[in-house]
Design a protein around this ligand. Structure first.
Ligand code: 5GP
Length: 298
């Protein structure tokens, strides 16, 4: 018979399984913080919404050192400065401590704030394998009022790709000519291989007619568009978690260790670029993310 001091074996097994799952969830969340898939402020919001969640049950010192650019020294200074005990969990902070920590984070790591003067030119970028193409295709299908820009590329067509619909397929000389005649708003060599560029004329026409234009391009292209037109709206697409992005990047397991490591390093560098963007959209579901991108255009 079980009593309160000796819980039955099944209960103990279930409890230890639950504890392992909770630790795993917290470790996964720490990876999300370290790779900037979630902002520290978002973790704090999740913790106060649900103190029993992975965010809520994480100890404050662990939370702080998971944040890029916060080492142990800075962690200890912040805890002392804000009067937070190192045994505290994020979900267990008092109102005043929570406000003080949020303000400290806002000061040092501001979350992207939409600017008021942004234009109807929307650039969708994000790390490799996050699903930009799928989200853009969904916007195109469900929001015919939005023009999805068709890029020029020197890459050969893949089976099923249609000239003028998926890309304008050109050879190197044709691409050079477009660059020379300033026909491209931006252009870049992607993955060190083929050249891609955004034709300027259709975009200018659509914007002049009051339409919203969506560009699905790489990070180098997004930076060039911002430089050419500072009012462009830059949207960064994020994976639902770092673990999910790793799964999408290397999931099939066909690459060797070196290639795997290279892809993960690239993804971390790409994620770090999000600070340059106006909005963060999480690709947790394609229709939801596409709907969010479409509302940013209004
Ligand atoms: P894919 O060859 O798989 O269609 O596209 C490869 C990459 O090229 C994607 O990351 C896509 O965002 C990027 N890309 C497509 N069109 C353009 C473009 O016009 N300019 C830039 N800079 N990147 C592009």
């Amino acid at each position: 018979m079980a009593d309160s001091t000796h819980p039955p074996e099944v209960d103990r097994v279930a409890a230890s399984r639950k504890a392992v799952a909770a630790r795993r969830a917290r470790a996964s969340l720490k990876r999300d913080i370290a790779t900037r898939v979630v902002t520290p402020q978002e973790v704090m919001r999740r913790a106060s919404a649900d103190p029993a969640s992975p965010a809520g049950t994480m100890r404050v010192p662990e939370f702080l050192t998971a944040i890029p650019a916060i080492g142990e020294g800075k962690r200890d200074r912040v805890l002392a400065q804000l009067g937070i005990s190192p045994v505290k969990r994020v979900g267990g902070l008092g109102v005043r401590q929570r406000r003080a920590l949020s303000a400290w984070l806002d000061d040092r790591l501001p979350e992207p704030r939409p600017r008021a003067d942004r234009s109807r030119l929307i650039v969708l970028a994000g790390p490799t394998a996050v699903g930009k193409g799928t989200v853009a295709a969904h916007v195109k299908e469900h929001h015919p009022e939005i023009l999805l820009s068709v890029s020029a590329t020197t890459r050969p067509p893949r089976p099923g790709e249609v000239e003028g619909e998926h890309y304008f397929f050109v050879d190197d000389a044709g691409f050079d000519e477009m660059v020379a005649s300033d026909a491209l708003l931006e252009h870049a060599t992607v993955h060190n291989k083929y050249r891609y560029g955004t034709p300027r004329a259709p975009i200018e026409e659509a914007l002049a007619a009051g339409r919203t234009v969506l560009l699905e391009i790489d990070l180098q292209g997004a930076r060039q568009v911002r430089a050419a037109d500072p009012s462009a709206t830059l949207v960064f697409l994020l994976p639902p978690s770092w673990d999910e992005l790793v799964h999408r990047l290397v999931g099939r397991g066909t690459e060797d260790d070196e290639e795997r490591a290279r892809r993960l390093r690239t993804a971390k560098v790409e994620l770090a670029a999000q600070a340059e963007f106006d909005y963060r959209v999480v690709n947790d579901s394609v229709p939801r993310a596409a709907a969010e991108v479409a509302t940013l255009a209004q």
